[in-house]
Design a protein around this ligand. Sequence first.
Ligand SMILES: [Zn+2]
Ligand SMILES: [Zn+2]
Length: 237
Amino acid sequence: MKYKIGRVPVMKFGMVNAFILQSEMGTILVDTGVPNCEARFAAALAKMGLTLSDVSLIVVTHGHFDHAGNADKLRKLCNAPVLIHEREAKFCAGEEKMKLCPTGWVGRLLYQTGAPQSPFSYFQPEITVQGDDRFDLLPYGIPGYVTPTPGHTPGSISVVLEDGNAFVSDMVASGLGLGGIIPTGVAKRPPFEEQPQQVATELERLLGAGVTQFHLGHGFKLGAHAIERHIKRLKTL
Ligand SMILES: [Zn+2]
Ligand SMILES: [Zn+2]
């Protein structure tokens, strides 16, 4: 099945990304960006000849505010269900604050600003992925599936397409600072990460499942070699 990938530049220079996946059979969003960034989604959709009302599913990779922060608004504008993992639901409902484990100076700096835990328009998801379950995207017109990839947060999920493209959000980052600015081709840890060993295990699993292109929430996409090197580094932590 032919499909297209659109990147939504939630922030400039690849610092925060969301994605559009579109085929003749349907359109889905992967992540929703920070609060009030819907104009960027509308613009990215328009470039593909689409509008917000063409979206039939919104996949939220995890509960951090830079990925889940605009889910409530976008689902109303798109009139589409939001899918997240059950383990992130309490964070998205505002019932619990997410644990933040900074991995370096960017994380510590962000943590001090309070931005990563700032309130957003909380929501209950229409669809939840349970445990290790896969969620098939073919009924939404996209040749792939959602799979749990915990580690960055307990309920982080990724979208894996059958041609080797995957949307892994904050499992890995690339670039400088928050990620982005310059494509370095080198993987790095995102500003926050709860279980690096679990991330390594899940990245190995994705490589084993045939993923060759890793599209990221922060920074430019990476190939399998960069991910292999990153796994080795994570295992030394
Ligand atoms: Zn995150
Ligand atoms: Zn993030």
